[in-house]
Every structure is written in C-alpha cells, then in structure tokens.
Design a protein around this ligand. Structure first.
Ligand code: NI
Length: 242
C-alpha cells in the first residue's frame, strides 16, 4: 500500500500531532511576518530615497540652467573685463572683438575635467580650422584659481595642449567681475596636508561673436563635433550689425 492511499488516521493521538503541526506552521508564519514588514518598509524606503535624490538632482540641474541663462533674448552673459594674459600683458574684452572667441573657466590643477575640456576646445579649433571659408576662432582660458595660476604657470600648462589657447588671470576684483559677468560658479575645496586643493567649478564653454557679445554656450556633455557644428552654424548665420 502506497503512503498516498493511506487512510487518515483519526486516532486522538494522531489528531493531536496534526494540530500541533498546524500550530507550528501558523507560528512560523507569524514569526516570518515582521520580516516581511521590514522588507516592505525597506523597499518603500529605497523607492522614496530614489525619487528624493532624483528630484534633488533635477532641482540642481534647473538651477544650473537658470544660472547659465538659456534664453538668448534676455542674455545677460558677458561684459567688459580687463585681465592679465599668460605673457603678463594687460588685455581686455576689446582686444578680442573682431574675432569669434571661445571662453572657458577652469584651473591648471584640475585633475581631469579641465584637461578634457581644453582638449575638446583645441579639437574644435582644429576641425573648424580645416574649413578655409570660416572666420578665425580664438580661445581663452580664464582661471578660477588665481592663487596658483600665475601668467607663467598658465602659459606652461596650456602649451601642453596647444598654443591656440591663451590663459588669463588678474587681480581679485577683475576676476570677480568676469566670473560674475559669465555667471561662473566656483568653490574652493579644503586644503590637504600638502596644501593641495580642488576647485569645484561650472564646466561651460562660451561662444562670443566678433562684436564681443555672447552667442551661446556648451556644456560638458557636448562633443567636439557637436561644438564645432554649432559654432560653424552660428558663424554662417551671423551678420555684423550695420
Ligand atoms: Ni576643472
């Protein structure tokens, strides 16, 4: 006789065993209950945290976009400035009028982002330089770390990339003026035991037209091709004010 077909044992002793087994099962379910609640609460917590972080990032992004001004009808970027170039000479925005110009703000001790952006600018200049029909494009690198970026150190540093980018520094007031004019965000981090520090800063390349006016800006996400195409388009449709 197989155990499946075994008739139910209804003896009081067998009933007692069955009851005790059932109670054990129930008890273990109750025991498992709170674990289930903890799991659910944790999952809900993670989902809430995910949306909170996402929302926070979105708010920061919106703030950044507002800060850099997307609406070209109401452009408030750019203005007059007077700085010191990498050869120690006084230069101003007027010296760069008459040509298209890219302006980037960074610092020579930047570990990876500034080098990438400088390389990108050089590549953009190389790409556009191959088209003889296009006007000349200049590029400026303005420091957000004047404490370490002297004219000499800017010159040495930028020469590693290209001789096409000119480094600019200046006194505190003049630098503050250009940073404000371009809505540049920057914040000095804590110094380590060697006195080394990172400067957190906005990563934006600005395009100025030959009138010295803002024509647009490019975020870090834009590739060399994106920027070259956008600059070329701007150059082609731009007409000097008569
Ligand atoms: Ni940087």
């Amino acid at each position: 006789m197989s155990p499946v077909n075994k008739p139910k044992n209804n003896s009081p002793y067998a009933k007692l065993i069955r009851k005790s087994k059932e109670e054990k099962k129930k008890a273990s379910w109750i025991k498992g209950g709170p674990n289930l609640y903890i799991l659910t609460a944790t999952a809900v917590g993670f989902v809430a945290l995910y949306y909170y972080v996402k929302q926070k990032m979105k708010q920061q992004h919106v703030a950044l976009l507002k800060n850099t001004i997307m609406d070209e009808e109401n452009v408030l970027i750019g203005g007059n400035w007077e700085l010191i170039n990498q050869d120690g000479e006084k230069v101003s925005n007027k010296d760069y009028e008459g040509d298209w110009c890219l302006i980037y703000f960074g610092f020579t001790h930047c570990p990876d982002i500034c080098p990438d952006e400088i390389e990108k600018i050089v590549e953009v200049m190389d790409i556009l330089g191959k088209n003889p029909g296009l006007p000349k494009l200049k590029a400026l690198f303005v420091t957000v770390d004047p404490e370490r970026d002297s004219p000499e150190s800017l010159k040495t540093y930028l020469a590693e990339f290209s001789d096409k980018i000119v480094g600019l520094t200046g006194n505190a007031d003049e630098l503050r003026k250009i940073w404000n004019a371009f809505k540049v965000y920057h914040s000095m981090g804590p110094k380590d035991e060697d006195g080394d520090y990172i400067v957190d800063h906005s990563i934006i390349t600005y395009l100025m037209n030959p009138n010295g006016k803002y024509e647009g800006h490019f975020a870090r996400s834009k590739t060399n091709i994106d920027v070259a195409n956008a600059v070329e388009k701007k150059m082609n449709i731009w007409k000097p004010k008569s």
